[in-house]
Design a protein around this ligand. Structure first.
Ligand code: KIV
Length: 273
């Protein structure tokens, strides 16, 4: 599984930035080596998102995710991949306080995982921090619109831009992160025409999730699009039905254990063979 000793040539940050207005950028989340190795064959970048707190660890939101968890999953994804650019999320509370704090934690994530970039949430309010990080060698993907780490302020996972009067604020956020040096920006959970205006307003790629097909790329949470979660938001298209497939397999295993059909002769070590 580990590809650590192979010559690794990944898609680079400038290559992603140069895809503005070009071939759509394909991205998915991954949290562990096996799934990342599969995603690696098709995705331009893989995000080790802090959604792992909810998807993998049963948390109610991403607010409680510690940096150590991001590092452990980031290491697994880097080990399992060799082609895609790997971006690791900075979790809540590790970057908002000051650019210095953000640098310390972003550098820790990059050194310990060997990822190529970090992602952080927030628009204009994070511009100074993004500039500070980029000037010091840390590529930053921004994240605007519905920012899950602010769910307590927003009162839930709420689609942004329903009120057209807020559109200028979201467009200003996009411009601020682009001007600060972000190489791409995730645009999450916004009205489609707003997403289109954001994409037209900035010269870095927009990566849509619950946004618009006209974004420069798309991202989904892998487990959601594979059909592992029984409930998913409207913007997720299920490309698989892994939840029911796993349930069928587990039920069949349980039946065969109970009936002693498993292990069969081919599953045991027997000197007669
Ligand atoms: O944490 C995450 O998975 C994300 C994506 C939804 C963009 O931020």
């Amino acid at each position: 599984m580990s590809v650590q000793n192979e010559m690794i040539r990944r898609i680079t940050v400038p290559q992603i930035r140069d895809r503005k207005g070009g071939e759509p950028i394909v991205s998915l989340t991954s949290y562990h080596a096996h799934t990342a190795a599969i995603v690696d064959q098709h995705a331009d970048f893989i995000l080790v998102g802090d959604s792992l707190g909810m998807v993998m660890h049963g948390m109610q939101s991403t607010v409680g995710v510690p940096i150590e968890l991001m590092i452990v999953h980031g290491q697994a994804v880097v080990r399992g991949t060799k082609r895609a650019l790997i971006v690791v999320d900075m979790p809540f509370g590790t970057y908002e306080e000051s650019p210095n704090m953000a640098f310390r934690n972003a550098a820790k994530i990059m050194k310990e995982t060997q990822c190529q970039a970090v992602k952080l949430e927030g628009g204009a309010r994070m511009a100074e921090t993004i500039k500070f990080l980029v000037e010091r060698g840390i590529p930053v993907m921004a994240h605007i619109g519905l920012t899950p780490q602010s769910t307590n302020v927003m009162g839930g996972f709420k689609t942004q831009g329903r009120d057209e009067e807020t559109w200028n604020m979201h467009i200003a956020d996009a411009k601020a992160v682009a001007e600060a040096g972000a190489f791409a920006v995730v645009v999450e959970g916004v009205m489609e025409p707003l997403a289109d205006q954001i994409t037209a307003a900035i010269d870095i790629p927009t990566i849509g999730i619950g946004a618009s097909k006209n974004c420069d790329g798309q991202i989904l949470v892998l487990e959601d699009m594979l059909g592992l979660n029984p409930w998913v938001p409207k913007f997720v298209k299920k490309y698989g039905a892994l939840g029911p497939a796993i349930e069928d397999a587990v039920a069949q295993y349980a039946d065969e254990v109970k009936s002693r059909a498993f292990p069969g002769p081919e599953n045991v070590y027997n000197n007669k063979k």
